[in-house]
Design a protein around this ligand. Structure first.
Ligand SMILES: C[S@@+](CC[C@H](N)C(=O)[O-])C[C@H]1O[C@@H](n2cnc3c(N)ncnc32)[C@H](O)[C@@H]1O
Length: 284
């Protein structure tokens, strides 16, 4: 098991290299056609389907939002374009470069404020956030870091505020083992033992529990309201449709049809989950 410190160093190296290849041109194009981009992404792309469910978009105007692990800054930019006051954080310097360029070139009501560094080491001078969110972020933290993050988040959140995470869901050991056996571009199969071990040594994901049960248990330590929404029980089969047009059409239909599955299958087969925490216990 890697230490929290080593985990952060590994994440930073990985994502600095990845984001240094990004430019803001693609981001600005998305903002120019924001309605079309959002309509497509929130119906098709898992992390967007999950983050924007339950009228999230309609709750952003004027809301004070802290996004942890903002990464390539697409979501931070979209929320700012929708009128939110966005505070974005990442350990990557490159995310800060993107935000600076976005603030200079996009027409936001409120410029995005960027906090660079490990969230745990930062002094956040703002409080009373309406939302603290993380998209594909918490599964990069060790269990120890996850708890320390929640300790801090609870102090930053408005008493009526909401934590909203989107994370991979690992609710079936069998499906998880199968997933690792299937190679994907850049990642060998777990059956190719030495190649897989070499890949794993550089992978920025710590070994940890990503089940819905885990997120529920942890959330209940800090919050009165905990909601776990599993998504992707049918959508996970999208790889059977490699052609991009069919793949996207399948995913849209799958999100619709999986709602009719019994809840234990929706949970067991889920690929992703929206995690919502409300009403911090320390503020009640
Ligand atoms: C999988 S990426 C997700 C990026 C983005 N939210 C998205 O949806 O594409 C995870 C992000 O978490 C950031 N990260 C990891 N550990 C962090 C920490 N301790 N503090 C702040 N950011 C961190 C990484 O740099 C990376 O940008």
């Amino acid at each position: 098991m890697v230490s929290s410190e080593h985990n952060t160093i590994q994440n930073r190296a990985h994502y600095d290299a990845l984001y240094s290849k990004l430019s803001i041109d693609g981001l600005l194009r998305k903002l120019e056609r924001l309605d079309a981009f959002l309509a497509d992404a929130t119906a098709t792309d898992t992390s967007w389907v999950c983050m924007y469910q339950d009228h999230f978009k309609d709750r952003l105007q004027g809301a004070k939002v802290l996004e942890l692990g903002c990464g390539d800054c697409t979501n931070a930019a979209v929320m700012a374009a929708l009128g939110a006051q966005v505070y974005a954080n990442d350990i990557s310097d490159q995310s800060g470069v993107l935000i600076k360029a976005l603030n200079a070139q996009a027409d936001f009501d409120y410029p995005i404020q960027y906090y660079q560094g490990d969230f745990l080491n930062l002094t956040i001078d703002e409080t009373d956030f309406d939302f603290v969110i993380g998209k594909a972020f918490v599964h990069h933290l060790t269990h120890e870091q996850e708890l320390a993050f929640l300790d801090k988040i609870v102090r930053l959140l408005h008493p009526e505020g909401e934590v909203r995470y989107v994370e991979p869901a690992i609710n079936s050991a069998f499906l998880d083992a199968l997933r690792w056996m299937v190679p994907v571009p850049g990642r060998p199969s777990s059956l190719q033992v030495s190649r897989f071990r070499a890949w794993k040594a550089l992978d920025p994901h710590p070994d940890r529990d990503n089940s819905g049960a885990h997120y529920k248990r942890v959330g209940q330590q800090y919050f009165k309201d905990v909601l776990i929404v599993p998504i992707g029980a049918l959508e996970r089969f999208n790889r059977l449709f490699p052609k991009a047009k069919w793949n996207r059409a399948f995913r849209r239909k799958a999100y619709h049809w999986e709602r009719f599955l019994p809840s234990f299958l929706r949970y067991r087969w889920a690929r992703t989950q929206t995690i919502v925490y409300r009403y911090p216990k320390s503020q009640l």
